[in-house]
Every structure is written in C-alpha cells, then in structure tokens.
Design a protein around this ligand. Structure first.
Ligand code: ADP
Ligand code: SF4
Length: 683
C-alpha cells in the first residue's frame, strides 16, 4: 500500500496542451545508443515507461547536418527518414500511458561537423569548445540564422509527425547554439544578435517563439536551460543573467526544464555533490514563472521529492541517473515498495558510455541497455527450469548480484562469506572519503536477499576446496574477488618496480587500517579513483600526501566520469602534492627515484615514509582453480567478477547478473545477443 504522504507525486500536471500522468519525469540524457541502434534505444526507454515514469524523453537530437557532434552517440533528427524510428519509440512509450518528449538541438560550437564536412556554426569565428580539435567556427551570417530558425521549425513539424507530446528547445550544458549566443564569452558580434543582453537573448527568444508557433498548441514546448553557469567568467549565473533570461521569457514556454552548466556540474557525482545539489541554483525559477518547472538533482529519496513539490521548488521531479539505476522507481513508490528502490550511487559509469559510444552501462542496474538485445528485464527474472541449490562463495558486488538474480529465479541460494560482514570491496571502499553512497550496491542487494525465504547468508565462513562437496550444490559460483598488488605494476608499467614488493603497502592494507608513517607517497598507475580517493582520505586525516602518476595528468580515466576537474580541485584544496608525468624507477626505502614520463629526464627524488602502490590487482582465484581441477565438481563451477578479471564495480555486478542468467538458461546462444543490423540498399 502506498503511503498517502506520497500521493502528491501521483497528481497529474498540466504542461500547456498536455497533461503528465504523474510528477516523475525522465529528462533527456545521453544513452550511448547512436541512431543506428534504434531498437536498443526504444527498449531502454520503454522500460522506463513500463516502470511508471510519467514523461520519458528522447536524448539530444540534432536537427540538421550543421549540428554534428561526430562520433558521439547523439540522436539524428535531420529529415523524414528519421521519423519512422522515432514514431516507433513514441508508440511504445505511449502504450504504457506515459508522455514522450524530444530534445531538438543545434549544438553550435560544441559540434565538430567532421562527419558532415560543413563549417561549424556559432555566433563568432572562434575555436570550438573542444580545444583538442583544430576546428574554428564560422560566424553565422543573417542567412545562417534564418536557415537555423527554419530548420528548427521543420524539426518541430517532424516531431509532431512522429507523435511526440512535447518538443524541447535545447539551451543547456554549454552545448547549445542559442546558449552560445547568450554568452558574451562566445558571442563577439556587433549586430543585433550581439553586445547587449537583449541582443544576445534575441536568438533564443526567436527560436522559442518559432517553436511555439510551429507547435500550435498540438504539442507542449519545453526549454532546457541552465539556471546557473559554473564557467568562470560567465555572466549567466543564478544571480545575474541566467535569472534575467528566465525573467525575460518567463511565461513563454509551456515548461521550464532547469539545471546547471556545464555537464560535469549537472551530472555531479556523489563524491562531490549530494542529492539535491542543484536546488540552490535552480530553486528560484518557480518564483519567476507561472509555468511548471522540472529540475534534477540525483533524487532517490521519495521524501525529498515530496518536499520539493510542497516547498514549491519543482512541479515535476526530473531524473536521468535515478531512472537508469531503477527504471521502476515510480511504480515502487506507487506500490509502497520504497525499500525495493535501487538507488543510484552517483558514480557516473553511465556517463562514461557516452564518450565510449557504447550503450549505457550502470553499476546498480546491470540490465540497462540489455532490454532489447538480451531481453533482460530489471525486475522480472524468468523462473529457473528447476529449483536448484546454488552455493555462492564471496559476497562482493558480483556474488550478491548473482545470488539475488538466482534467488528471484527460484534457486535455493547459500552465500558463504569469509569476513564478518557482507559486501566485499564496496563495504571497504564505501568507508573512504566521498564514497559512502557506493555502499548502496551492497545495501540494496543484502536487504533484498534478507527478505527471501530461499536464501541463507553465512558470514565468517571461509570456504576451502574440501568444504564444497558438503553443500551438495547443483551450482557452485566463486566470487572471491581480488587483492591489490604491491609490486608497482600497473597500466603503464607492466612489471614490478625495484623496492616495491619489499616496502609498499596497498589500498587493501590502508582500508584494513595499516599504520601510516611520515609523508605518504601514492604511486597511481591505475588512473581511476583509488589513488586520488586515498590521497584525499589520508590528507583529510592530516597526512602529508604525494600523488605520483606516470600519465600527463592525474585521474585520467575520470575524464570519462566528468570528475577530473573536481578531483584536481580537491587535491589542491587538501594540499596534496601532485606529480603527474612522473615515471617511477625504484623505491629506495625512503624515496622514489623518478624521471619525467615524456622526456625520460631525471627528476628530484620524492621522499616519504609510507609508499602505497595503486596499480594492478591480483585475482583471488585459488579456490576457483582448485575446484575446477576437481573432476566431480568441474562442470558445476564457475567464477564471476574480480576473481576472473579485476575491474570496476559495474563489471562485477554485470558479471554476477550474466552468470545467473546463464545458469537459468536465459542467455543468448553462444553469447551472441541480438544486434542492430544496417539496411543494405540494393543498387
Ligand atoms: P567482486 O567485486 O568480484 O564481487 P569482492 O572483492 O568485492 O569481489 O568480494 C569478494 C568477497 O569474497 C570478499 O568479501 C571476500 O571476503 C570473499 N571471499 C574471498 N575468498 C573467500 C573464501 N574462500 N570463502 C568465502 N569468502 C571468500
Ligand atoms: Fe547511478 Fe552509477 Fe548507475 Fe549512473 S552508473 S545511474 S551514476 S549507479
């Protein structure tokens, strides 16, 4: 039964000519599905509609070839050719009673146009907003502006043709042409589209009016715009011109979809931004407009959502990541199943899919993007053909996910964990500075498992090869994880470094409470979070910390999770001494001998009392190997997660889920899932 406190979230909301069935609004977000993957994209979004999201939006859709973010998996909505797949998406979403929206976009000087070969268009002639690219934009002349406005209108008509309920004017993320016109850092024009605030606003005002006219009351019109820009020097802040934009156009659109710019701030991770972190910057909008407002903030707390509506902050609760981690969040609230919500942990592994141009991956939801290609449903696990006994050894993310999936399928599951507590690496890592929310990976699964009558959980139960036969299990799944190696070997140095094996400690040692003496030297040849999280953790405890890394900048992989700038700021703030571009030759016992990575030139030693090696991890696969060698068990045994191949938490969860599906016969033959096939045009 639903708690009546939450009824307010199920009130319909009028948005211009349409009415959203509830306040749960899945805002446009990157999905990694490019336009050649329409089935996957439809499957993923349909699942959200099935899960109760009142509005399900399509991601950023280029309106024409002059806006081409080549190689990023962005939707194309150039001409009538594209209408067909969008119409199918619309049909599939509406089937569940949800509304659909499309984010019509021209990405201005954030485009690259390397595929289309046409000049990048912007307010001024300047380098595009990707400094690594030797591309300069063309300053749009009056004809270009006219063409853009006409093109946007045509896109609105196509959206209506496809059946969308709502069209967006996209002005967000520092990635929209109309925003580039607004910002004097990019707009150096001297005509009526540049200079004064009114002039810079002109294009957005015109396009919005064009869109309202083309929408003609048949579809709603939303504007997605930052209510605050974090870019240094930008006047588009919540207390200055961003507010002025919203005041100037207050009641023109049917809906304001507000966030902060740029994307790294909009999609802030839990390490740096709490739930609701945008409210300070977006909360004012509703006081300015009489139109409904939707906003985001990685909301997973239902009470917080209710508070937002009651306080008059937002009318609709916007979500991208919470809707990825749990497409069924609204239905769970509706059915009074709050404890079943799989809360987003704010890690941004999903965001990395965009840069890699692969369908969304999620740490909490291993079924995301697999809806069409593998037929996986996030909630409904097919019944196992036989109710088998399954022993799972190890309770990290892989073991817990495998156990939960098999238990839901009807297996009788026993989990044996050698430690006193369950959770494996996430239990330890979530105790580090900034990573508390990662504990949700274990909390969600453990809670679910504890509710099930067919699951037994045993802590302090280390399993040796000789113990396994006693369980008389049909399936034996080894999920024993991995341990960090102290040899110095890592992503760029493949073999041991002199002096490390004798002296270095590992992240596991630190998490287990190892004593830290003197200045700490962390050698990070992993390039994801562990090196810099430990640096922040130990610096916060008062230690002098040196973070040494062979690549040109620290935390390189965190560019994919949009965290790099925040990590660097944090290191500076905490006084961590950073040594990028530094290759380590040896540890003397009290100092690192180092050279510059680029030139090989010797540099001054980096002295320290404690050396921490963050490089590769050794799979804890001794038990797995031993069991596989036992002929009577070999067929029943498989390994999952880090004990097979140490990786990120998302990979461990996925591995556990995939193995469970395999065990119940719900996996594609030969591991080959359905693929999107291009249409070949005969001559
Ligand atoms: P993964 O990320 O693959 O899930 P983790 O390292 O997080 O791996 O978890 C592995 C878990 O397995 C740890 O909690 C560890 O204590 C447990 N474990 C390791 N070896 C054994 C064993 N022989 N018997 C029971 N539990 C084990
Ligand atoms: Fe949330 Fe991480 Fe999943 Fe993204 S990948 S939705 S941030 S849990």
């Amino acid at each position: 039964m639903r708690d009546p406190r939450y009824d307010i979230l199920f009130e319909p909301v009028k948005i211009g000519p349409i009415t959203a069935p509830n306040r749960f609004f899945s805002v446009p977000h990157a999905t990694g599905h490019n336009p050649l993957m329409p089935n996957g994209s439809i499957g993923m979004r349909e699942m959200k509609a099935e899960g109760g999201w009142g509005v399900v939006s399509m991601q950023l859709a280029e309106i024409d070839p002059t806006s081409d973010i080549s190689n990023l998996p962005i939707e194309k909505f150039w001409d009538d050719t594209d209408v067909k797949s969008h119409a199918l998406l619309v049909e599939r979403i509406k089937k569940h009673g949800s509304l659909t929206a499309i984010e019509l976009a021209h990405t201005g000087i954030r485009a690259r146009n390397m595929d289309t070969g046409t000049p990048v268009l912007g307010p001024s002639s300047m380098r595009i907003l990707k400094p690594q690219n030797p591309i300069q934009s063309k300053a749009m002349d009056k004809q270009d502006i006219k063409d853009f406005r006409e093109s946007h209108k045509r896109a609105v008509h196509r959206a209506k043709q496809a059946g969308y309920d709502m069209v967006y004017v996209y002005a967000a993320h520092d990635a929209a042409l109309v925003w580039h016109f607004l910002n004097p850092m990019y707009n150096h024009r001297t005509d009526e589209y540049g200079g004064s605030f009114e002039n810079r606003l002109r294009l957005l005002r015109e396009v919005l009016h064009d869109t309202m006219e083309a929408a003609a009351g048949d579809v709603a019109v939303a504007v997605r715009i930052p209510a605050h820009d974090f870019k240094e020097g930008s006047p588009l802040t919540y207390d200055n011109e961003a507010r002025a934009v919203i005041e100037s156009l207050a009641d023109v659109p049917d809906l304001w979809d507000v966030n902060v710019a740029g994307w790294p701030r909009d999609s802030g991770t839990s390490r740096f931004d709490d739930e609701g972190h945008q409210e300070k910057y977006t909360g004012y909008v509703k006081q300015i407009t009489s139109k409904p407002v939707v906003g985001v903030g990685r909301y997973t707390s239902v009470d917080a959502m209710v508070g937002l509506v009651k306080k008059g902050v937002f009318d609709l609760i916007g979500a991208s990541r919470p809707s990825i981690a749990d497409p069924f969040l609204p239905n769970k609230v509706k059915e009074g199943r709050i404890d079943d919500i799989r809360e987003c942990i704010g890690c941004n592994v999903c965001v990395s899919s965009d840069a890699y141009s692969v369908p969304l991956m999620c740490t909490q939801n291993p079924t995301i993007s697999q809806e069409w290609r593998r037929g996986w449903h996030p909630e409904n696990i097919p019944a196992a053909p036989r109710a088998e006994n399954t022993l799972i050894i190890g309770s990290g993310p892989a073991g817990l996910e495998c156990a939960l999936t098999l238990a839901k399928a009807g297996h009788t599951v026993t989990i044996a964990e050698k430690d006193a507590e369950f959770g494996g690496r996430v239990r330890h890592e979530s105790a580090l500075k900034g990573l508390a929310a990662w504990g949700r990976v274990k909390d969600y699964r453990l809670y679910q498992l504890q509710q099930m009558g067919n699951v037994s959980l045993y802590a302090e139960s280390e399993i040796a090869p000789g113990d396994v036969a006693d369980f008389e299990a049909d399936n034996i799944i080894v999920a024993t994880g991995s341990k960090w190696c102290n040899s110095g070997a890592g992503a760029t140095t493949f073999s041991a470094i002199d002096g490390f094996a004798e002296h270095a400690i590992t992240p596991d040692d630190v998490m287990a409470g190892a004593e830290i003496n003197g200045p700490v030297v962390i050698y990070d040849d992993d390039h994801y979070y562990m090196g810099n999280v430990l640096a922040a953790h130990l610096a916060s405890l008062g230690h002098e910390v040196h973070l040494v890394c062979p690549l040109p900048s620290i935390a390189e992989w965190m560019g994919y999770t949009l965290e790099s700038p925040r990590v660097l700021d944090q290191m500076v703030e905490l006084g961590v001494h950073m040594h990028p571009n530094t290759t380590v030759k040896s540890w003397t016992g009290s100092a690192l001998k180092v050279t510059r990575s680029d030139s090989g030139t010797d540099m001054s030693d980096i002295a320290g009392g404690t050396l921490i090696s963050v490089g590769v991890r050794n799979p804890s696969d001794g038990l797995l190997t031993a069991l596989k060698d036992m002929s009577e068990l070999a067929d029943k045994v498989s390994g999952i997660g880090d004990c097979l191949a140490p990786g990120i938490i998302q990979a461990a969860v996925f591995s556990g889920h995939a193995e469970a599906r395999k065990r119940i016969g719900d996996e594609p033959k030969n591991g080959i899932y359905k693929r999107e096939t291009p249409v070949l045009f005969p001559r």
